[in-house]
Design a protein around this ligand. Structure first.
Ligand code: ADP
Length: 160
């Protein structure tokens, strides 16, 4: 069984993330979406909330599992029996950083490869941080966030 890991902060999950999840779930037998805890960032949603928001929007995808971890990604993948990391690539600006991370992960765990899926053109400039910026204004978010999470997002951003 081919198991892939899709790691990220998902603070919160956007329509761009969801698009990558759907496409990767079509390619692999099982996809584990893993909320990686990054001490450098102070998130809008807690780790458990982010997991719950992702679970809410992937309900129709039976081969997708949601998890969270503060382990090193290369070790997490080994523990889960996965040899593929899936990443989304937006504009060229993602490339340098992602290329470096892919090389490092492969060095730490040589059986681990990273596969990149290019972002759909309508999500090319979409990131969780852009959505958080827009959330401070009265903007329709339905092109950016899955419908099921918009009320939670608006409530959190206004109470922050
Ligand atoms: P963000 O940059 O939005 O905070 P994450 O740290 O959660 O996102 O990123 C997790 C993964 O999802 C990364 O591989 C990132 O390149 C990818 N990704 C993020 N936004 C998009 C998008 N709009 N389209 C495709 N891939 C994306």
């Amino acid at each position: 069984m081919k198991i892939a890991i899709y790691p990220g902060s998902f603070d919160p999950i956007t329509s761009g993330h969801l698009n990558i999840i759907r496409r990767a779930a079509n390619i692999f037998d099982k996809l584990i979406v893993c909320v990686m805890v990054n001490c450098a960032k102070s998130p809008l949603f807690t780790r458990d909330e982010r997991v719950e928001l992702i679970r809410r929007v992937i309900g129709d995808l039976p081969n997708v599992e949601v998890d969270s971890s503060d382990e090193l990604l290369a070790e997490y993948a080994k523990r889960k029996g996965s040899c593929v990391i899936v990443k989304g690539l937006r504009a060229g600006s993602d490339f340098e950083n992602e290329f470096q991370m892919a090389l490092i992960n492969h060095k730490i765990n040589p059986s681990l490869d990273t596969m990149f899926l290019t972002a759909e053109h309508q999500y090319m400039y979409l990131s969780s941080s852009t959505v958080k910026e827009l959330g401070n204004y009265n903007v329709d978010l339905s092109d950016f966030l899955p419908e099921q999470i918009i009320p939670d997002f608006k409530q959190r951003i206004t109470s922050k």
